[in-house]
Design a protein around this ligand. Structure first.
Ligand SMILES: Cc1cc2nc3c(=O)[nH]c(=O)nc-3n(C[C@H](O)[C@H](O)[C@H](O)COP(=O)(O)OP(=O)(O)OC[C@H]3O[C@@H](n4cnc5c(N)ncnc54)[C@H](O)[C@@H]3O)c2cc1C
Length: 292
């Protein structure tokens, strides 16, 4: 997955302040960045967010699964342009790859699910190419492609909507892939000239991440490859890698085995979700906190 900031309103915080000050018939002249910073934070604190709509940013979000893009395009106040799989074809030679979901390990099957998953993706792709070769148009052949195959889109939104998107999609209940996208977007937006528009969201995310001891997903590697890179590797290269190493990543849960077993089911599910939602790694195993 790659998130690129394509463009944003020039000097966005200054524009937001200029527009908002019409309400008060006041000006910040000569322009003072410190006053501007405080002004923007106060607007947000007071819930006076409509001036943030005057600034916008456009991102290219590349190499995400269709499952993830489907969630992203539910944000109705943003604008999208997505790669068409009617007018373009999935082409492994040109980098059509798939994303590995995070939890392909199971107690009874070990790593076998991951191998089955990659084979399933390859078979689907082979069927898709066979359909094209028989003259089936791409708009019909694409029905054979699973949701894990990658897509790309441009997304433009104003800052108020980006704030809304980030709050929903950085939350620990959001799905790991869209969460990783949201985190990349947050990082691009938390820079000079627009930082104050998103600082509270970053602070909340950092404090939640440190409370729960979680690391963001985007640095995780599968045998040295990102999830996206791994999905794009030729079959031979993947086959070479898969059997060679243990795919298991151990996650420590914040409770003892006894505590876990005594918990109501929804509480236990929440603990697992919180412990793993940042992990872009296909195989997880849980370790309980030691008794003191
Ligand atoms: C953790 C999580 C789980 C989810 N699970 C599901 C699921 O199981 N099934 C499912 O279908 N979706 C699910 N969604 C998607 C969710 O329902 C929203 O479609 C998505 O998050 C977009 O949010 P939104 O509508 O607030 O955002 P936007 O579409 O960007 O809208 C922004 C805001 O504008 C206002 N707005 C926009 N359009 C209207 C309108 N027509 N009328 C009134 N106000 C409007 C609302 O205040 C809205 O919050 C899930 C989302 C999350 C984060």
């Amino acid at each position: 997955m790659k998130v690129t900031l394509i463009s944003h309103t020039p000097d966005p915080q200054r524009l937001i302040e200029t527009c908002a000050r019409i309400s008060y018939e006041s000006k910040n002249e000569p322009f003072d960045p410190k006053v501007n910073s405080e002004f923007i934070r106060k607007l947000i604190k007071n819930g006076h967010e409509s001036p943030l709509e005057h600034a916008s940013a456009t991102f290219l979000i590349d190499g995400i699964s269709r499952a993830c893009s489907h969630q992203i395009v539910r944000h109705r106040l943003a604008s999208f342009s997505q790669r068409s799989d009617r007018y373009t074809k999935y082409d492994a030679e040109n980098g059509a790859g798939f994303v590995l979901p995070t939890k392909l390990h199971s107690a009874s099957m070990g790593d076998a699910l991951m191998i089955q998953y990659t084979e399933h993706m390859e078979k689907s792709y082979a069927l898709y190419r066979a359909m094209l070769a028989e003259g089936v148009p791409p708009e019909d052949a694409r029905f054979a492609m699973p949701q894990g195959y990658q897509t790309s889109l441009y997304m433009t939104a104003n800052f108020r909507e980006w704030r809304h998107f980030l709050k929903l999609r950085l939350d620990s209940h959001a799905q790991w892939e869209i969460r990783a996208v949201a985190l990349e977007i947050l990082r691009h937006l938390c820079v000079d000239g627009m930082y104050d528009c998103f600082a509270d969201i970053q602070a909340e995310f950092d404090s939640e991440a440190s409370t729960n001891g979680r690391e963001p997903a985007d640095d995780t590697r599968i045998f040295g490859h990102t999830s996206e890179e791994f999905g794009k590797l030729p079959k031979d290269a993947r086959d070479d890698l898969l059997p060679k190493a243990s795919l298991v990543q151990e996650i420590e849960l914040p409770c003892t085995k006894e505590e876990f077993e005594a918990m109501p089911r929804d509480e236990a599910d929440r603990i697992i979700r919180d412990a793993t939602c940042h992990i872009a790694y296909p195989v997880l195993r849980y370790r309980f906190k030691e008794e003191k």
